[in-house]
Design a protein around this ligand. Structure first.
Ligand SMILES: [Zn+2]
Length: 77
């Protein structure tokens, strides 16, 4: 049942489905692959899955290491 993941090169905007031409954007999903969590996009029209090379490792890392004490808004350094 594993759906094929289509790799696409992200060029500023990712809104139009390269497979079917749907123009109103995508659903999103996350998929863990080893140590990486990929951020994937699903076309609401043809249900193809696209990987534009984004990951969410930074979010996962912050959670698991407990960095960023529970203080008032952690601003930039
Ligand atoms: Zn599509």
């Amino acid at each position: 049942m594993a759906k094929k993941i289509n790799s696409v090169v992200f060029e500023g905007t990712f809104r139009v489905c390269p497979a079917c031409g749907y123009t109103d954007g995508f659903h999103t999903m996350l998929k863990q692959v080893g140590e990486t969590v990929k951020w994937l996009f699903i076309c609401p029209s043809c249900h193809e899955i696209f990987d534009i090379g984004y990951t969410v490792n930074n979010l996962i890392e912050t959670e698991s290491t407990g960095r960023g004490a529970p203080g008032p808004m952690a601003g930039p350094p």
